[in-house]
Structures are given as structure tokens and as C-alpha cells.
Design a protein. Structure first.
Length: 156
């Protein structure tokens, strides 16, 4: 007895197989099986690979990166440029704030970040940064305006 699992993707293949097997008089039972994409898919493999440390796509999101930050003043050594090492972590909100400041300082249009060139450039700089839409940038712009306005009122 031959058992064949049937899924909606293989319906045509199974029909052709039935035509071939009928003259051979084999007992064929077709089992209707609904494939669940999470249980029967490749997600178990991906969840295993996320834990496996040697897999190249596993990136610890809490891992900080060492960056050489140059000193603004010459320092003790005179005109030699000596910097200091600094551990920097990725913060999505800081990236959004920096994007808003870039739009303000350079007087860029709000749809600038929706261009293909900017998306390629920012993906190269920081692959984890999902570029917000122009509406989110406008909202952040207004929030920054209110914060700066309140800060100026308090200082005067």
C-alpha cells in the first residue's frame, strides 16, 4: 500500500501520478494534509540557526562596536591627532533623531529619505536601521521643535 501526502501545491502532480499508477492496480491512498507554514515550514531551522553561534547571520544586537573618536584639541602631544576608543551601541531612536537633524540642518525635503540612493547609502552605513517614512520624520521634526521651543522658554 502506497500512501501519498497531498497538499494544494502538489495537486496537479498527484493527479498525473494517479493516472500512471491506475493501470498498475496499486492500492493508493491519498491523504489530504493541510500544511501549516510555521509548524511544517523552515521556521524551526531558522530558530535553531539563530541560537547557533557559528552561523554567519547571527548578530548579537546588544554587542557594542569599538570606534576611534578623534580628539578635537591637539592634547599633550602637540599637533598629533590622537583619538580615544569608545564603545558605541546601536540605538534606533538616536538614528531617527540624527535623521531629523540632518533634514533640518541641510534643509532637505521630507521625501529625501524615500529616494533609492539614500536607502542604499543608509543600508550600507547601518544595515539594522529601518528608514522611517516621511510622515514619521515630520512627526519627529515637530516633536523636536516642541522640545527645543520649551528648552528656549525655560532658559530665558
Amino acid at each position: 500500500m502506497l500512501m501519498i501526502k497531498k497538499s494544494h501545491k502538489f495537486r496537479i502532480i498527484l493527479q498525473n501520478l494517479m493516472v500512471i499508477l491506475q493501470p498498475l492496480e496499486l492500492n493508493v491512498i491519498i491523504v489530504e494534509m493541510i500544511m501549516h507554514t510555521i509548524i511544517n515550514g523552515t521556521s524551526n531551522m531558522w530558530s535553531h540557526l539563530k541560537v547557533y553561534k557559528k552561523f554567519p547571520f547571527v548578530v548579537d544586537k546588544k554587542q557594542k562596536i569599538l570606534v576611534l573618536e578623534p580628539n578635537k584639541a591637539g592634547g599633550e602631544l602637540g599637533d598629533r591627532s590622537v583619538g580615544s576608543l569608545k564603545a558605541i551601541g546601536y540605538d534606533y531612536n538616536e538614528c531617527r533623531k540624527a535623521l531629523v537633524k540632518m533634514v533640518i540642518i541641510d534643509e532637505l525635503p521630507f521625501n529625501f529619505m524615500e529616494g533609492k540612493g539614500f536607502r542604499i547609502f543608509s543600508r550600507t552605513l547601518q544595515p539594522r536601521f529601518d528608514i522611517p517614512s516621511r510622515f514619521i520624520v515630520i512627526r519627529d521634526y515637530l516633536k523636536l521643535y516642541v522640545e527645543e521651543n520649551e528648552r528656549l522658554k525655560e532658559s530665558s
